[in-house]
Each structure stands twice: as C-alpha cells, then as structure tokens.
Design a protein around this ligand. Structure first.
Ligand code: V47
Length: 363
C-alpha cells in the first residue's frame, strides 16, 4: 500500500495540501484511510451537522446551442422533446413548490438562442413578486456569460440587473473540468474554465454567493481533478464567495461521449467516494460545505459519502431532468423525512438550511 504518512502529518497539523499531495491521494488505493482523513477534517471544520435544503429544481428550457458532449438533456429547436417554459408555467411550478414547503428555487436551463435577456430577468422579477420568501438560486456562470454576450452588457451589469430582479445566488453548474484541453474535448463550445472563474469572481465581488461544481468520471485525468480543485481554492482565497462544492458524477447514457464509444461507463463507487474525500482534503478550510448530491450518487452512496467528507446532502429537488436524461435512476423527489432519516441513520445531526447556508432548524 502507498505511503500517505506525509499527507497525514500535513492534515494533522492543518497544513495546506499542494498539487503533489493531491496526486498522491488520487493515485492511492487505500480508500478507507483517505475517507477517515477526510471525515476527520469534516468533523474538525463543520462538526456533526449535515445540512439539507427544501428546494425545487426548475429547468426553463432544454434548447441549447452549446451541445456539450457529456449532456443528454439538450435538444435543437423543433426537435422532438424540445421545450421552453412560459413564465406562467414557471410561476405554477413555484406555486406548487411553495405549497410543498420549499425555501429555494434552483433555476437552470440552457443557452437558448431564441430567449432574450428580458425573459431571464422577468422570471426572477415575477417569482420574487409572487413568492418573496423563496430564494432564487438561478443561472450558472455559463448562462450569465451567455446573457452578457446576447445583451451587449458586461457580466457585472447582467449580474446587477438580475440581483435587482431578485437573484439570491448562483448555482455551481457549468464548471465541468477547467483543464483547457480536456474541456475542449468534452464541451468545445462552452466558455473556458478561466471565464467561468471570472464570472464567479465578479458575482462574489457584488455580494452574490455561488456554488462550485466539477464533472468527473468521463475523460478527465487525475491531474485535471487536482488542478480543478486547486483553482477553486485559489479563487476562494480571494473572494470567499463559494458556499459549497459539489462533485457531479458523470452519467453516460444518451450522450455524445457514450454514443461514440468514448466513455461508456460512469465512475465507480470507489471513484465517487474518493472524489468527495479528496475534495474535502484539498478544499480544507476554504470551502467548508461539500455536497453529496443524492440525485447523481443515489440514496445509498450519498449517505455513505457523509462518512467520506461530505456534510450536505442537497435537497428535496422535486423535479430533475439533467441526470435523468443521461440514465440517472434515483427518484426525482426526496421528501424531507427521508433526507432526515438518511442523515440520522448515518449518525449525524440533520439540519435544514437556507439557500445561503443559514440554519433554519436542527432536527
Ligand atoms: O453543469 C450535465 C452536469 C450540471 C451530465 O449548485 C451532468 O447546488 C452528470 O450544476 N451526467 C448541472 N452530470 C447540475 C448542477 C448542480 C446540481 C445540483 C446542485 C447544484 C448546486 C448544481 O450537470 C451541468 C453539468 O456539469 N451534467 N450532463 C451528465 N450526463
């Protein structure tokens, strides 16, 4: 078995891990040891509380000109299955979510060339007007960059307009993998990793908090994963604007990558737990909330991940299209009681949080 003693000592004395340490962890096979290290750091930094949010995902459109090779969700305009919700339809979904006790709407869609900036703005305005109690975590950094390019406004001005309309935070989607050459192979038409980080930096500078994600288990290398985590850590040192990190487990079904035989299998359970643990260890002290997103990991693994560094299990979700289009088999809705049971049964204290990580109640 590999010698991890130098890393263990560094973690023990709260020393920052570097790229080489990250690589050692990524190469290592002693998962229980790495998990125990990450769990220790989790306990030291955030304690035994595990957070969840009562939320609802709303995907406003799947018509997208980005055509990412890992994505099974997008459609061309006019293609079977293509959809774009009207603002009234979005309001109806919000009404249902509000009646079910949601506190957050997670709104993401696509780069739909037929939708003007005003559509995005009006969604927030109308939702905020009708449901002022709901947090609006809306539009990834990729959508924000797209809005800047179609409207001619700067990223800063787009964010200011959306904030005024009711935006409370940005979800972490679109991070994918930052390494330029890998990114070009999986999403050639998407903004670069640098641009994604730039948009986040601008948002954080305006007091808009966000999450960060990484899509793993496709063609990326271990170096890419370590590099991605360290770039998030570097930005976080400057802005402190990332609230949570969410590793997203690649689902291959119906994607370009699987149809072309490039990636046919998703990551293994070993990869999933290792990614959560390495994220906790490398982001230690900087991004303190690590999510095990049950929609992608499944109920069982997301619960186990709570012992590998995760302290957040995401939310009730209610409706999910992106993972399900790519073969995700978890249900689309997880009732609060079930989330509470999973957390308690793992020996942790369930805590309902707001979109911005304030504690609503301990259960
Ligand atoms: O950006 C697309 C990913 C993301 C696939 O911020 C895929 O709290 C797996 O970002 N297999 C959207 N993943 C989801 C997302 C998210 C989810 C939950 C919480 C938060 C948060 C953010 O889904 C995309 C992309 O990286 N994705 N296709 C696929 N086939």
């Amino acid at each position: 078995m590999e010698d991890l003693s130098a890393v263990i000592n560094k973690v023990g004395s709260s020393e920052e891990l570097d790229f080489d340490d990250g690589m050692l962890l990524m190469e290592a096979k002693n998962l229980p040891l790495i998990g125990a290290l990450a769990d220790n750091v989790r306990k030291r930094t955030v304690g035994d509380r595990v957070m969840f949010v009562s939320n609802c995902h709303i995907n406003y459109s799947n018509v997208c000109n980005s055509k990412c090779r890992f994505c099974a969700y997008f459609r061309e305009e006019g293609q079977k299955g293509a959809f774009t919700l009207t603002i009234d339809e979005i309001i109806k979904k919000a009404e249902k979510a509000s009646n079910m006790g949601a506190t957050e709407l997670h709104i993401v869609g696509s780069l739909n060339p037929g939708l003007p900036f005003e559509y995005y703005e009006e969604i927030l305005e109308k939702l905020h007007e009708n449901y002022p109690e709901l947090s609006l975590k809306a539009y990834t950094a990729v959508e924000i960059a797209h809005l800047s390019s179609i409207s001619g406004m700067s990223v800063r001005d787009v964010l200011l307009r959306l904030k005024k309309a009711g935006l409370t935070g940005l979800p972490g989607g679109g991070g994918e993998i930052f390494n330029e050459s890998t990114r070009k192979q999986v999403c050639p038409d998407k903004i670069s990793g640098e641009k994604w980080l730039d948009v986040m930096e601008t948002a954080h500078g305006l007091g808009i908090k966000s999450n960060a994600t990484m899509l793993y288990g496709h063609i990326e290398t271990k170096e890419d994963i370590v590099d991605h985590l360290l770039r998030i850590r570097e930005l976080q040192k400057r802005t402190h604007g990332f609230q949570a990190f969410i590793p997203l487990r690649f689902h291959p079904d119906n994607t370009y990558l699987s149809k072309n035989g490039i990636v046919t299998k998703g990551p293994t359970g070993f990869d999933d737990l290792k990614t959560i643990a390495v994220a906790r260890l490398l982001l230690n002290g900087y991004v303190n909330n690590i999510k095990s997103y049950w929609v992608m990991l499944g109920e069982k693994l997301s619960q186990i991940a709570l012992h590998y560094g995760a302290n957040d299990i995401d939310g009730t979700v209610m409706e999910e299209r992106i993972t399900h289009a790519a073969g995700g088999v978890a249900p689309e809705y997880m009732p609060k009681d079930r989330l509470i049971h999973l957390i308690r049964n793992a020996g942790r204290i369930p805590v309902e949080r707001t979109s911005n990580y304030e504690i609503i109640r301990e259960l």
